[in-house]
Design a protein around this ligand. Structure first.
Ligand code: NDP
Ligand code: 2IT
Length: 445
């Protein structure tokens, strides 16, 4: 790492103790930014990096609610409003027992650069709670969401901060959150949340957008090597919103997706995953992947080991951070991997990224490859602002154009800085320069 940046990194790590994921995200970005500071000494002068690493605002709050037995439950809520240089804070809410400030900050930090890469007018933020929706009734989830919004509502708004979904937050939760916001404020302010239902201000393609976008970005990478998804053998991790739609899109382009996972195990379906059955089990019934294997012949369900044991030419990690380590990366490379597109945020450890890059595997980092979700959220905001709703075809075309544009921005930035094919460098520099320029223009904020 550039020596000037090392000193800033050390200060950031010392100021934010015990936040391993945030440290990882910061170090990974800093490692790309040395050459930018040779060209732009004014960024150092204006302490852009020091400012970028300090969120504009961090909100931590108590979320009390009652379960179905009438017992009082307490969770912790977070919203980190990281950077508003390019627009209102924008980013999802994650409900998962592992959520703490370090996770929310890593996600919010990544979101700044991702949102900049989309070319849309959105800043970076993220939030969530250590609430575990698994095993909770609809009524419990509703009471939790209502309590969460009873605090959050005072901090958000269509021109201020616009949350959406992430792990554990989908259409159901956004509905309960929107209902409570409307009730408290007495305003039908559609643009305050994205991922809404289609009849009450949502956008077509938003549910599919992250998984579709990841596949579109990966297809663009494959094209640079004269190939495509057609005929590839694909492994996807996760079986939530991003994973299911990545499976669907990859198969529509002629690939065979042979495996996917949840936190209990993975399935191998050599015939290619039946997306209809997967949606029925995971989205309609909120069941486990094991149930998929019970209902379809020729499917193996594996509880021990890792989905990355299955050989593939293309891998799409779509579950969670640090789910793919150096050993798994080396195994995938040995088994013939040519490309990896990150649907999840920071799913590959630093060791895994190094293995992929050294092996010359096409590597699309999450902040570029999974930006289709937030980009389509910005399209939802556009539709809300103009009180309009677009067709599926039009919205999908916009998403495709945005993903092709992000790929182009990453590739051309990597070329410009003398590292062709390095999408990590391209994404980090491409996103950073846009935000840094806006911060300089707006003065000391
Ligand atoms: P969902 O809640 O719909 O699905 C999450 C999936 O990942 C589930 O299959 C879940 O398994 C698995 N998973 C979650 N946590 C873990 C864990 N600790 N260990 C193993 N498996 C785990 O979430 P999404 O599909 O929305 O999000 C997946 C990833 O994509 C996240 O990294 C998210 O940040 C990222 N992302 C999401 C976007 C969106 O628009 N939703 C946009 C951009 C990125 P189980 O059911 O067993 O918990
Ligand atoms: O990580 C992400 O980009 C998201 N969870 C989507 C954020 C959004 O505002 O749509």
């Amino acid at each position: 790492m550039d020596a000037r940046l090392e000193a800033i990194r050390d200060t950031v790590l010392a100021r934010n103790p015990g936040e391993a994921e945030f440290h990882q995200a910061v170090v990974e970005v800093f490692e790309s930014l040395g050459p930018v500071h040779d060209r732009h000494p004014e960024f150092l002068e204006a302490a852009i990096l020091e400012r970028l690493c300090e969120p504009e605002r961090q909100i931590i709050f108590r979320v009390p609610w009652t379960d179905d037995q009438g017992r009082v439950q307490i969770n912790r809520g977070f919203r980190v409003e990281f950077n508003s240089a390019l627009g209102p804070y924008k980013g999802g809410l994650r409900f998962h027992p592992s959520v703490y400030l370090g996770i929310v900050k890593f996600l919010g930090f990544e979101q700044i650069f991702k949102n900049a890469l989309t070319g849309m007018p959105i800043g970076g933020g993220k939030g969530g709670s250590d609430f575990d929706p698994r095993g909770r009734s609809d009524a419990e989830v509703m009471r939790f969401c209502q309590s969460f919004m009873t605090e959050l509502y005072r901090h958000i708004g269509e021109y201020t901060d616009v949350p959406a979904g992430d792990i554990g937050v989908g259409g159901r939760e956004i509905g309960y959150l929107f209902g409570q916001y409307k009730r408290i404020t007495n305003r039908y302010e559609s643009g305050v949340l994205t991922g809404k239902g289609i009849s009450w201000g949502g956008s077509l393609v938003r549910p599919e957008a992250t998984g579709f976008g990841t596949v579109i970005f990966t297809e663009e990478m494959l094209k640079t090597r004269g190939t495509s998804f057609d005929g590839q053998r694909v492994v996807v991790s996760g079986s939530g919103n991003v994973a299911i739609n990545a499976v669907a899109k990859a198969q529509s382009l002629g690939a065979t997706v042979v495996a996917c996972s949840d936190s209990s195990g993975y399935i191998v379906d050599e015939a290619g995953i039946d997306v209809g059955l997967l949606r029925q089990v995971k989205e309609v019934e909120r069941g486990r992947l094991k149930d998929y294997a019970l209902r379809r012949s020729g499917v193996a369900y594996v509880e021990a080991g890792s989905v990355w044991d299955v050989d593939a030419t293309v891998a799409l990690p779509c579950a969670t951070q640090n789910e793919l380590d150096g050993d798994a990366a080396a195994r995938l490379v040995r088994n013939g991997l040519i490309a990896i597109g990150e649907g999840a945020n920071m799913p590959s450890t630093r060791e895994a990224v190094a293995v992929f890059q050294e092996a010359g595997v096409l590597f699309g980092p999450g902040k570029a490859a999974n930006a289709g979700g937030v980009a389509t959220s910005a399209l939802e905001m556009q539709q809300n602002a103009s009180r309009d709703s677009w067709s599926f075809e039009h919205t999908e075309q916009r998403l495709t154009d945005i993903m092709v544009g992000i790929h182009h921005r990453c590739a051309s930035t990597a070329d410009e800085y003398g590292e062709p094919g390095n999408y990590v460098l391209g994404a980090n520099i491409g996103g950073f320069v846009k935000v840094a320029d806006a911060m300089l223009a707006q003065g000391l904020i």
